[in-house]
Design a protein around this ligand. Sequence first.
Ligand code: ADP
Ligand code: MG
Length: 197
Amino acid sequence: MTVAYLGLGANLGDARQTLKDAVVCLAQQHTITVLAKSSFYRTAPIDAGGDDYLNLVVKLDTTMPVRHLLALCHTIEHHFGRERPFRNAPRTLDLDILLYGEHAIDEPDLIVPHPRMTERAFVLVPLVEIEPTLIIPQRGRADAFLAAVMDQRIEKLKSPCQCLAPNTAAGSSARSDGAADNAGDNAADNAPKGPCR
Ligand code: ADP
Ligand code: MG
């Protein structure tokens, strides 16, 4: 099993619903257990125009090889209507592999740890929320990079249901259905609209 962290973002369409559905898709993979899910954050686009983004980070335990995980990310992005008309274009869904265990990968189409993760508040803030003492392989503690990104606008969204606050046993660690964000959400009453199996 490998612990991996994914960054999710969206700024087209119903971003919040898409992100929730994408987490459910991940959780329904037989080879993935979602261990934690950050709050949702509203963030300013970086190096791009367009509307604000919604972002979150999830922590996974998986037996899926990293190449399969990347392919799954692309499949889920595609399912939710991702198009790439130009670099940094607004997107219905972006799924990035931030960390995959201790692995360091530097290939044309896959770089892990994600090369820009330490420069982005929309990655670092939710990542540190769910893993305050996280060490990024070869770079050191994640929270050490926070000060340098604090000029980037980022706002934590309140969970409508405080009894299911993210990163609690009830809210995320013990749940793998991506349902910590709303009261009454669960995999049964909020069926994912994705390529889940
Ligand atoms: P970005 O996320 O950088 O805004 P895209 O989502 O369009 O842009 O991704 C462009 C390419 O980045 C993908 O086709 C993918 O192969 C590559 N890539 C390299 N490293 C990673 C990674 N760690 N996670 C996800 N995609 C990656
Ligand atoms: Mg991406």
